[in-house]
Design a protein around this ligand. Structure first.
Ligand code: HEM
Length: 272
């Protein structure tokens, strides 16, 4: 078995894809990560403390998973949907009652969008509670705020698409709020609706925003966000007190007292 594995990993085909064999040494691990386009997004080493479930509850990752599901289900929905009046409403009804698994597809898209908003909110609250918004992560926090706004806008622009009563009045209320902004409000409202009424023009604009502009912006923003997580030193971890070797016996006791933990154990900090 070992011989087969060795022959396989030394073969030309294998080497053409994975250039550095198994990541069985620090050097090979680094080479494998640095030489792959997909892997180079990952750090070569990750601290065990950083990947503990309770550190992040994987909230950001789950929000990202929702975004993937929304992209796939949204693409399928686009096969059936025409952004014109009155087809838009009829298409949604067809999806619910005629198309096989159409109801499932539509509901999966709707419920995932709500779940994503909830997850992004909780992710934001949790990173805040852990103090991960502070230096050096201020910029990433700001990107996060942008992501939250885009996520909400995606949900909002999607609301108009079924072209039912809820859609119509949600957009009427939303665009009237935008219209009330001093100086630029009326212009932005006109730009959003493509006229003074909520009609085909508004539907087309919301459709393009919902299916192209906002998802692409979100995908770009998430890429930037994840890259920054890595560049800011990975997941924020509370500092451990200095080691006895680094500060000397005399100072060691006082640093432990400052850190507020029992002198004999590192455990509370490891689990923090
Ligand atoms: C589409 C929305 C978002 C996605 C997909 C996303 C994804 C992620 C992922 C995967 C991580 C790394 C692990 C984790 O904490 O789960 C992360 C970290 C982080 N996110 Fe987000 N995020 C989003 C929105 C936000 C928002 C709204 C904020 C705050 C306003 C935010 C602030 C942060 C910060 C500060 C970190 C670093 C956490 C640390 O170092 O401990 N993110 N995000």
């Amino acid at each position: 078995m070992r011989k087969i594995a060795t022959a396989l990993t030394r073969s030309r085909v294998w080497r053409s894809v994975f250039r550095h064999g198994f990541p069985d040494s620090n050097r090979n691990r680094s080479l494998a990560i640095f030489s792959s386009f997909f892997l180079h997004f990952h750090p070569v080493k990750v601290r065990v403390r950083a990947i503990a479930f309770t550190r992040t509850f994987y909230l950001g990752g789950l929000a990202l998973a929702c975004f993937f599901i929304l992209t796939v289900t949204g693409t399928f929905l686009m096969f059936y949907y025409h952004p014109i009046v009155p087809s838009a409403y009829n298409d949604m009804k067809d999806l619910q009652f005629v198309v096989s698994y159409g109801m499932f597809l539509r509901n999966l898209h709707r419920w995932t969008s709500r779940t994503m908003i909830a997850l992004v909110f909780v992710h934001m609250a949790w990173t805040f509670m852990r103090g991960a918004y502070r230096h050096p992560r201020e910029f990433n926090w700001t990107i996060g705020v942008g992501l939250l706004v885009i996520t909400v806008l995606l949900s909002y622009t999607g609301t108009l698409l079924p072209w039912d009563q809820l859609s119509y009045w949600a957009v009427a209320v939303g665009t009237n709020i935008v219209g009330a902004i001093p100086i630029i409000g009326a212009k932005v409202k006109l730009l959003l609706l493509g006229g003074h009424e909520i009609n085909d023009n508004a539907l087309l604009r919301f459709y393009v925003l919902h299916c192209v502009v906002l998802p692409l912006t979100l995908a770009f923003g998430v890429g930037l966000h994840l890259w920054r997580v890595r560049k800011d030193g990975g997941i924020h971890l509370p500092e451990l007190p200095p080691r006895r070797d680094d500060v000397g016996d005399e100072n060691y006791a006082s640093t432990r007292a400052d850190a507020g933990s029992p002198e004999s154990s590192d455990a509370p900090h490891e689990n923090a």
